[in-house]
Ligand binder design. Structure first.
Ligand code: MD3
Ligand code: FE
Length: 217
C-alpha cells in the first residue's frame, strides 16, 4: 500500500534535500509538531531522566542521554550495547510515544524507505560546549533499516563524513525541526556534532535535543 503523504500526487516535496546517496534532509518537518514532541520528551524523561554516560574508555560524555522504546542504547566501561532495561532505574525504558513513532514513520516514508517501525529512540541533550566526536552507529542488528534523526532547540553543526574515518567530514547546519533520514550507503558513514554554541531557543532554552529513531533488535 502506498500512503498519499502529500495529499496530491502532482505536488512535489520542496523540503526534501539529498545530502548523499541514502541521506535525506527534510528541513523543518518536525517544527509544526514542537509542542507535542516536547510533551512526549517530558513524559519520557520523568521516568528515564537524562544522564551523562561513561565511554568505553571510562571518560565522561558531554552529551546527556536517555532512551525510550523496547531497547535503549547504553554505554559504560564495558562498552556500547542496546538493553531493554534502564541501568539507572532497573526498569524497562518508557514506551515510545505515538507522536515519536508517527514522525519517524512519516520521515522514512518521505525519504523513500518503506515501513519504518523503530524499536529504540535515543534522546541526546546538548548544552553549550557539548559535542559528539566522529563515530559510526553500528550496534543495531539490521543495517538495512535507516536511522531517522530529529533536531530540536538550538542549532548545531553536524559533521557528515564517509565510510572511512580518514575522510574529511562535511559541515551540515541543523536547525530546530530538521529531520534527517540516514539509510542505504550512508547508514554506516562516520558522523559527529561540533561543540554546541551558546544561545537561547524559544522552546528549549539553552539546549539542543536530538532524537534518533533506530531499529535495534
Ligand atoms: C549518519 N547523534 O546519537 S543525529 C547518535 O545530533 C548521533 O545527536 C547526533 O550521532 C546528534 O548516534 C547526530 C544524525 C545521525 C544519526 C545517525 C546516523 C547521522 C547519522 C547514522 C549514520 C549516518
Ligand atoms: Fe551517531
Amino acid at each position: 500500500m502506498t500512503l498519499d503523504l502529500f495529499g496530491d500526487d502532482c505536488e512535489t516535496n520542496k523540503e526534501l534535500e539529498a545530502l548523499a546517496l541514502g541521506a535525506t534532509l527534510l528541513r523543518g518537518l518536525a517544527a509544526p509538531q514542537t509542542a507535542g514532541l516536547l510533551l512526549a520528551i517530558e513524559r519520557v524523561t520523568e521516568r528515564a531522566p537524562f544522564r551523562i554516560m561513561a565511554t568505553r574508555g571510562g571518560y565522561r560524555m558531554s552529551v546527556a542521554m536517555t532512551n525510550c522504546g523496547a531497547a535503549g542504547w547504553v554505554s559504560d566501561e564495558s562498552g556500547y550495547r542496546y538493553d531493554a532495561v534502564d541501568p539507572t532505574t532497573g526498569q524497562p525504558w518508557p514506551p515510545m510515544p505515538a507522536a515519536f513513532l508517527q514522525l519517524a514513520a512519516e520521515a522514512a516514508e518521505r525519504a523513500g524507505f518503506g515501513e519504518f517501525t523503530p524499536d529504540a529512540c535515543l534522546l541526546n541533550r546538548y548544552e553549550p560546549g557539548a559535542r559528539l566526536s566522529l563515530h559510526q552507529d553500528k550496534n543495531e542488528r539490521d543495517m538495512n533499516a535507516p536511522i531517522v534523526s530529529v533536531s530540536l532547540g538550538l542549532p548545531a553543526v553536524f559533521l557528515f563524513g564517509g565510510a572511512r574515518r580518514a575522510q574529511r567530514p562535511r559541515r551540515v547546519p541543523l536547525a530546530h525541526g530538521d529531520v534527517v533520514v540516514w539509510g542505504g550507503p550512508a547508514r554506516l558513514f562516520y558522523h559527529g556534532v561540533l561543540a554546541l554554541k551558546d544561545g537561547e531557543h524559544r522552546a528549549l532554552g539553552r539546549s539542543r535535543v536530538n532524537l534518533t529513531f533506530r531499529r535495534a533488535l
